[in-house]
Design a protein around this ligand. Structure first.
Ligand SMILES: [Zn+2]
Length: 431
């Protein structure tokens, strides 16, 4: 059926066939409301030229000269935003449809499928945060058609056997006990070409040993000497405060025990480059709308299981845990922290949209959430050519049916996803 449709549409004007003609052909996209991704006012009646997989020119309709023979795509009534960048994922779960408690599966096939799922949902790149096994490292060098780019922290650093998650992943991080070991781990990561260093500073409710201040100071110092930034998993304000003093570059979670205090906010204000991935807990706002997004790529049985969990939930909405973290997020944002999307997700793809809605529920504006989810996240992942729709950037963008600046849920109303100038096949997931 698809080939018949393509044939019919090509009959009237052969030159119009090139939108599917690969990244080297020029295509002018006209008429959309364009959200650039850097926080600037959106461009109404926009026009942008994609050539060679990049944005060759960006402006308004009538301002851009398309090369002879360029195809034109009418996007009137649509909204365009940059592809999403997720700053905090963990890829390697066996079966998203079966749930996240299934055994880890670090096969290339499984991880590529996760990257394809991400692309399906408009995520163009994902930074994997510290549970990356050595056999995954090579994926960082690949650009897979129709799949999100893989960026990584590689193996993170914790105390021995104090890594996160299920037992089958606990051996992935470096377990260090001396400053020399911490430095050696960072040197190995630098040699492996990681994009960032991940450390865990959390006792997991008293069940494991926290990475100690001398150890994380050694890791941070060595990372900076190697030209790498360090992101910390945290829970407690006390640790977050000392990590700022130690030169940490960002937080992969919010402060979750108490309301952040003046001392912490003052330290933060002195460090305007520090980033925060709020990684908000379940707000309690999970609704039918969230389930509908998941249903796009999940079997009905899995959606039904979620619906039952939803129905069984009790307690106030939003939960006190969500309120605390939302409040800390806004206080840190006011102090100047760079907010960055990080889902802590397993490659399911929809979590980016749920987290974006949660960030708005927490009190951020949709405009700020989109910056956090595009240009700010791209910067943390070291992707200088991603995150905005601007000349010279990789042509990674989402065409939406409605404007997410008006309602963040509109990020889910995806009409098309383009990565490196080529349209991602969204004709179906399961077949
Ligand atoms: Zn995580």
């Amino acid at each position: 059926m698809r080939s018949l449709r393509l044939l019919l549409c090509c009959l009237p004007l052969i030159a119009a066939c090139s939108p599917g003609g690969g990244p080297s052909s020029a295509v002018l996209y006209e008429g959309a409301l364009l959200i650039v991704g850097d926080g600037a006012e959106p461009i109404g009646n926009s026009a942008f030229l994609v050539q060679g997989g990049q944005f060759a020119a960006v402006g308004r309709v009538g301002e851009i000269d398309a090369p002879f023979g360029a195809a034109r795509v009418d996007l009137s009534g649509k909204t365009v935003m940059p592809a999403i960048v997720d700053g905090h994922v963990h890829l390697g779960y066996a079966d998203i449809a079966a749930g996240t408690d299934t055994p880890a599966n670090y096969s290339r096939e499984n991880i590529v499928e996760h990257l394809e799922r991400l692309a399906w949902y408009g995520v163009g790149a994902a930074l994997s945060m510290g549970l990356d096994r050595r056999q995954m490292y090579g994926l960082r060098e690949e650009t897979i058609p129709g799949a999100a780019l893989f960026r990584m922290a590689g193996a993170g650093i914790a105390m021995p056997d104090a890594g996160p998650g299920a037992a089958d992943r606990r051996d992935v991080p470096y377990g260090v006990t001396t400053e020399a070991e911490a430095r050696a781990a960072v040197q190995e990561l630098a040699a492996a070409g990681v994009d960032i260093v991940k450390i865990w500073v959390d006792d997991r409710n008293g069940t494991v040993e926290k990475l100690t201040p001398p150890l994380y100071r050694a890791a941070i110092d060595e990372a900076h000497a190697q030209g790498l930034r360090v992101a910390a998993h945290i829970y407690y304000l006390e640790d977050a405060t000392d990590l700022l003093r130690a030169g940490i570059d960002g937080f992969a979670h919010g402060v979750r025990d108490v309301t952040v205090d003046r001392e912490f906010l003052n330290l933060l204000a002195e460090r305007p480059d520090v980033f925060l991935m709020p990684n908000l807990p379940d707000s309690g706002y999970l609704t039918e709308r969230d389930l509908l997004v998941r249903a796009e790529t999940l079997p009905e049985s899995a959606v039904e299981r979620m619906r039952e969990q939803l129905a069984a939930r009790t307690g106030p909405v939003p939960s006190p845990f969500f309120r605390l973290q939302a409040d800390n997020l806004l206080r840190m944002q006011d102090a100047g922290v760079r907010v960055v999307l990080g889902t802590d997700g397993d490659g399911a793809g929809w979590d980016a949209h749920e987290e974006m809605a949660d960030m708005v529920a927490a009190g951020m504006t949709p405009a700020d959430v989109i910056v956090a989810s595009t240009s700010a996240a791209a910067a943390v992942a070291g992707l200088d050519d991603r995150g905005t729709v601007a000349e010279g950037m990789s042509a990674d963008f989402i065409v939406l049916e409605a404007n997410p600046l008006e309602n963040i849920y509109n990020t889910r109303r995806i009409d098309a996803v383009y990565l490196r100038g080529s349209e991602v096949d969204r004709s179906g997931w399961t077949e």
